[in-house]
Design a protein around this ligand. Structure first.
Ligand SMILES: Nc1ncnc2c1ncn2[C@@H]1O[C@H](COP(=O)(O)OP(=O)(O)OP(=O)(O)O)[C@@H](O)[C@H]1O
Ligand SMILES: [Mg+2]
Length: 270
């Protein structure tokens, strides 16, 4: 069985989508990995890193309908909703919402989606976007994850905004045990200072690498040289740290939505 990892931000577009894609592309071959776009404000990768080459006929909405109807069938059926991110087709994308108005309809489906993502045989990295209060948030996905990664820039504004989100996540997860920070891009503070301010450990740091980031976030530039880029090299380290963490983490004792976690009462798989 694989592990489910959730990436989330406090807003300000720090680079959640870019980080999820970078970590997936740097995932150790030949292990497959899925990037699931669970951002309620919409998915970016079809029009970003994939440059509009794929139709939007598959993805999260279709999967959520199937998961609501027949969760067991949806675990296997997820494969039909995926789009390859690489030639070897070992890095796969579950395209997200195409319209933020779809998020309201999806609110009821998150527990079933979380269950199917957590039940995949390979690892899944969920891009949960910006964590806000209110309906439509993928809280069940966050609850079901082995590690919840708060992505932020090392700036005062981002640290300020992250404080309340860390509080929200600590409440949702029952403790801060599964919470880590991923410090990415430019900013005035060191990862150590950010960790001290928020009292949450830093999983890893991704460097300020706008050229590589633009390939991943917007499909600008060539993907050929990505393997040696500073961002991808750091993402490899981040991915390794994530996998190590998953082996240590425990399943939530009291997840907010119990039906969302198929692993309740068990230790994390691996
Ligand atoms: N490590 C980095 N270095 C430099 N630029 C970066 C880095 N990571 C992301 N960026 C840039 O920051 C911008 C926002 O990135 P991205 O779309 O991944 O953020 P996000 O947090 O997913 O935003 P949103 O909340 O809007 O979905 C993009 O222009 C991207 O190229
Ligand atoms: Mg994003």
């Amino acid at each position: 069985m694989g592990s489910l990892y959730a990436l989330v931000s406090a807003g300000g577009s720090p680079g959640v989508t870019t980080a999820a894609l970078a970590i997936a592309l740097a995932w150790p071959a030949p292990d497959p990995v899925i990037v699931a776009e669970c951002d309620p404000s919409g998915g970016d990768a079809l029009a970003g890193v994939l440059g509009g080459q794929w139709p939007v006929a598959r993805g999260l909405v279709q999967h959520a309908i199937e998961a609501g109807r027949d969760p067991q069938a949806a675990v296997a059926g997820l494969a039909a909703e995926l789009v390859p991110l690489d030639e070897a087709e070992s890095r796969l994308l579950l395209p997200g919402l195409t319209d933020p108005r779809q998020a309201t309809g999806l609110a009821q489906a998150w527990p079933a989606v979380a269950m199917t993502l957590a039940a995949q045989s390979c690892d899944v990295i969920a891009d949960c976007g910006r964590l806000d209060a209110g309906p439509g948030q993928p809280l069940a996905v966050l609850s079901a994850a082995s590690a919840v990664v708060v992505v932020l820039r090392p700036s005062l504004r981002q640290v300020w905004a992250a404080g309340a989100r860390i509080d929200m996540l600590t409440g949702l997860l029952g403790s801060a045990e599964r919470l880590v920070l991923l410090v990415t891009g430019p900013g005035a503070y060191s990862a150590r200072e950010v960790a001290q301010a928020l009292r949450v450990p830093v999983l890893a740091s991704l460097p300020d690498d706008p050229k590589t980031a633009a390939v991943l976030s917007d499909g600008l530039g060539r993907r050929g040289q990505l393997g040696s880029a500073a961002l991808i090299r750091a993402a490899r380290t981040a991915g390794r740290a994530l996998r190590e963490r998953a082996t240590l983490s425990l399943v939530p004792a009291h997840p907010e939505e119990p039906s969302a976690s198929p692993r309740q009462g068990q230790t994390t798989r691996h």
